[in-house]
Design a binder for this molecule. Structure first.
Ligand SMILES: Cc1cc2nc3c(=O)[nH]c(=O)nc-3n(C[C@H](O)[C@H](O)[C@H](O)COP(=O)(O)OP(=O)(O)OC[C@H]3O[C@@H](n4cnc5c(N)ncnc54)[C@H](O)[C@@H]3O)c2cc1C
Length: 532
């Protein structure tokens, strides 16, 4: 069946797209609103603002790719679609971080799990982080709007065997589990969401909000990295961007973008980095601090029959048995999920080398992998990381604290118990120095004593949040509860950087819903002021 490519069709229909790698001289562009970044926040903001009749420029550091180039090959997808070719790490290299870098941002490569913001997180923000008007009752209409827009609905098909093991383990142990809602339409169930959906079924920003904004006359500038915001007397006066070449290396060509209002949607890490580079006001030194990752632990399990965890919807079951058990501010809880298991992805996130690594990879098709995403930012000993500017860009310093390791040990035990209950022959906590465990009894005693430490224990993240927190108290927040800057009257932030803690759930739907709410309010204000 021929696959329609909405990007090729849109470009042929006359979309205003500037690929900055093809420019031979600098450009100055002007609109009502400039949006930096085209991911979950930027995409939703662009659609809502153009629908309100405002002119919009979206500037994106990554390339405009489409299903025609999503060929399901890891070796091409990671360098083309991810920051640092999917090899980004924290400063001490102890945590691997995945973030998208292409039109559509991380939504182009994410795994489609769609979960409304958990109530305990919102209650914590209201009580401890001076966030107002953001209860679940206030947010639910916005979640519903975005669920309809992005076709978010319960996955009605059989889970793949990787997810089925999570479900079976929960059933056997009487643990909570939920069937995941996904933002897909006509999904082929291939399992390659992380390499860009080859059939445009994933309702990412690349095939939904960005095309709709372009149809309404927005301008997209791709392969242009925003370097800084210019500012004067409490107002942003312009955006300076640098054109990148086809390999995303900087060129000498500069773009100047001017607007009445500016929105930063470059994602956590990058939104604070742009503000820091620009020298914008930050009297309480908050920028880049409290960056959260849901630091994630992995447990492998060998089954006697094939699991084929690369195939089928990557995530269709989760368990919240341990996330909020001790209350939001109690011990760090963890959410249980599974990842897609592709060869490069898994071999870069496992342990051993030489013969032991080869032996692990020999079991590839029999390998079930469970992950525990640790909820960071609530407990006093879980303050997240700090982004710093460096000569070459930025670094994220994220100390893994005692509270985290305590939770990690519990998480490894829960994962092993679950995997044995689901029928695993052997379980391997992904941490150096541990070998295959043959029973839950053995696992229980080995995990209680195993050494857990940075660079020995594999820790990863695909959920980057915080660093430019929202709230009404300027001592702890950079933007208000609607994402408007406390310091610049014509600046908003609409992305995952505004979360005051992590979420305890996968972030995309939280970003869609909160951005829909904030962009709608902004559009009303901007259109009212232009009429006046
Ligand atoms: C592999 C993977 C799987 C995931 N799976 C899920 C999932 O199943 N469910 C879920 O809820 N979440 C998932 N996530 C996370 C989710 O996609 C992100 O939390 C969400 O997309 C973040 O939205 P954002 O707007 O903050 O940033 P992003 O979507 O990351 O967009 C930011 C954009 O800004 C651009 N940018 C950055 N700096 C600059 C600059 N200086 N100039 C110009 N442009 C810039 C980036 O290139 C990027 O395109 C996953 C993420 C990854 C990487």
């Amino acid at each position: 069946m021929a696959i329609q490519d909405p990007i090729e069709e849109g470009l042929a229909s006359g979309w205003k797209h500037i690929d900055a790698s093809q420019l031979s001289e600098g450009r100055t562009l002007e609109a009502d609103v400039v949006i930096v970044g085209s991911g979950a926040g930027g995409g939703v903001a662009a659609e809502i603002l153009t629908q309100a009749g405002l002119s919009v420029i979206i500037v994106e550091g990554g390339p405009l790719k489409s299903s025609n180039s999503f060929n399901m090959e890891e070796r091409r997808a990671y360098p083309n679609l991810y920051h640092q070719a999917a090899g980004m790490k924290t400063k001490d290299k102890a945590i691997g971080i995945f973030q998208g870098r292409a039109v559509g941002g991380s939504t182009t490569v994410n795994w489609t799990t769609s979960i409304r913001t958990p109530e305990p997180a919102l209650e914590f923000w209201a009580k401890e982080k001076s966030v107002t008007d953001l209860s679940r009752a206030e947010l639910d209409p916005w979640f519903q709007k975005m669920e309809e827009r992005l076709n978010i609905s319960k996955w009605e098909y059989e889970p793949n065997r990787n997810n089925q093991a999570l479900k079976t383990g929960c059933e056997k142990l009487g643990w909570d589990f939920t069937v995941i809602k996904r933002n897909v339409k006509g999904c082929w169930n291939t399992g390659y969401c992380g390499m860009g959906c080859p059939v445009n079924a994933k309702q990412s920003m690349l095939v939904t909000t960005i095309p709709s904004a372009l149809d309404l006359g927005a301008t997209l500038v791709s392969r242009a990295k925003v370097i800084e915001l210019e500012h004067h007397n409490g107002k942003i006066t312009g955006v300076k961007a640098q054109a990148l070449d086809e390999q995303l290396k900087p060129t000498a060509i500069e773009l100047n973008l001017k607007a009445k209002h500016y929105i930063l949607s470059a994602g956590a890490i990058h939104t604070p980095t742009i503000l820091m580079r620009s020298g914008t006001d930050d009297p309480h030194q908050l920028l880049g601090k409290r960056t959260f990752l849901h630091p994630t632990l992995l447990s492998g399990a060998v089954f006697s029959d094939p699991i084929n965890a690369h195939s089928g919807a990557p995530q269709s079951i989760y368990s919240d048995e341990f996330v909020w058990r001790d209350g939001a501010a109690g011990e760090l809880g963890y959410k249980l999920e599974v990842p897609p298991v592709h060869p490069i992805l898994i071999s870069s996130k496992t342990i051993g080398y030489g013969k032991s690594h080869a032996a692990l990879m020999e079991n590839f098709n029999q390998l079930q992998v469970t992950i525990a995403l640790v909820r960071d930012g609530f407990h006093p000993d879980s303050q997240g990381g700090q982004v710093h500017l460096t000569d070459t860009g930025f670094a994220l310093d994220y100390p893994l604290t005692d509270a985290f390791w305590h939770s990690a040990r519990r998480a490894f035990a829960s994962m092993a118990e679950l995997q044995f209950a689901a029928g695993a022959k052997q379980v391997l906590p992904i941490s150096e120095g541990v070998s295959y465990l043959n029973s839950w009894k053995e696992a229980k005693s080995v995990i209680a004593d195993m050494e857990l430490a940075p660079l020995k224990t594999v820790v990863a993240s695909a959920h980057v949040m915080g660093g430019c927190a929202m709230g009404e108290d300027t001592k702890i927040a950079m933007v208000d509860s609607h994402g408007r800057s406390h310091y610049y009257e014509n600046l908003s932030v609409m992305d995952g950087s505004i979360f005051p803690t992590s979420l305890g759930a996968n972030p995309q739907l939280s970003i869609y819903g909160m951005t829909a709410r904030n962009a709608t309010k902004l559009a009303e204000e901007l259109t009212a002021s232009s009429l006046a």
